[in-house]
Every structure is written in C-alpha cells, then in structure tokens.
Design a protein around this ligand. Sequence first.
Ligand code: AMP
Length: 215
Amino acid sequence: MDVILFGPPGAGKGTQGALLAERHRLLRLSTGDLLRDAVREGTQLGREAKRYMDAGELVPDEVILGLVHEVMTNGTAASGYIFDGFPRTTAQAEALTDLMRRLHRTLDAVVVLDVDDESIVKRLAGRLWCSQCSAVYNVYTNPPAVPGKCDICGGALVQRDDDREDTVRRRLEVYRAQTAPVVAWYRNAGLPVHNVDGNRSVDAIQNDLEALIRK
Ligand code: AMP
C-alpha cells in the first residue's frame, strides 16, 4: 500500500503518518526528516538545504529526488510507503510516477489533511521542541509545567528554526502556490483524492484515515 499525505505544514502529516506506518508496517518517507538529518550531520547537502528551509522555501527538486531515489532503491523494498511532505511540486509528482512505474508499484490513495491558516500559524508558532529528548510542546495547547523547560528531562525547549511566524507564513504561501496544484494534478490523473478535516483530535483524524485505508 502506497499513500501520499498532503496538507499544509503543521497539518499533522508527521503524527498521522507515523501512526499509520506503525500500525500497518509501512515506511514513512518524510523528505523533511531526511533533510533535517542531513542538516544535523552537517553534510554538504544539509548545509545547502538549510538555507532554503530557514527561509520557508522549497529545496530544489534535484536534491529531493536524489534523496527519495536513494531510499526507494536501496535494496530493502518497503511493503508500502506513506509519503509525508513529498511530492511538493508537479515535477516531483512526475518523477515519483516514473520511479514507481520502474519499481512496479502503484499509488493507492492521496489524502489531504485540511487545516485553516490561522490554526496552522498558532500550532507552529507555538510549537517547542526539547533540545535533549525531542519531546514536543505547544505554548497554547500543550504548555510545559515550567516555561522553557522539558517536563520529561528538564532540557531546554527551543523553537524549530522554520517555525517562526514569518517563516510559517511563507511556508503556507509556498504550499498554496506550489503544492496545492499537485493535488489537482493527481485528481486529473484519475487518482482518488480524499479530503480529511485536520482541525480535530489526533484520534478522530486517525479513525478517518483507517476507514479510508480499509476501503
Ligand atoms: P517539512 O518537515 O515537511 O515541513 O519540511 C521542512 C522543510 O524542508 C520545507 O519547508 C522545505 O524547505 C523542505 N522540504 C521538505 N520536503 C520537501 C520537498 N519534497 N520539496 C522541497 N522542499 C522540501
């Protein structure tokens, strides 16, 4: 089973994708995570990508396609993929179609998590990460007991560089301009596109996704 999760940044693709991947033994392929790994490791690709990521812009297609190709052709074929944050341009969607054809895979579903812009800004601008154990908080919806300190390990809470409000607003513009058309591209290609209301609890959304997958 191969599924693409679309949705603006902060729509919950990572959370929902991880739950689905665990439950159905699929591989969650998140290009954002692959890029952040490269940034953390300080590779040349990571250093180059960081400039785009910090500005809320898309990393060039060639870089992204190279990463995806590496994961999907590394010999340990996954029983299925949950694509999270990829494809983000029609060029990426075309390249994915080619690659899947060569690997004899077919896309089963395209899911869009819909969340309104103001909720996104609140979610992301308020999101904090523990610099030590990576626990996630939100100053509005899930604040730590002591401001700036992780409840679990006491580590310092920090904001992801691209979660600052101005960058979040740019990421939303980029999503509307460059990624929303990819959904239309799949619809025109005849694939079933399912819209799911992402302004609800994690459980409610996961139940909808499960129902879709069972279908
Ligand atoms: P994400 O964690 O998916 O929100 O991705 C964080 C950032 O990584 C994005 O704002 C982009 O700068 C970059 N990025 C992730 N995936 C892609 C992609 N498929 N194409 C271009 N840039 C990407």
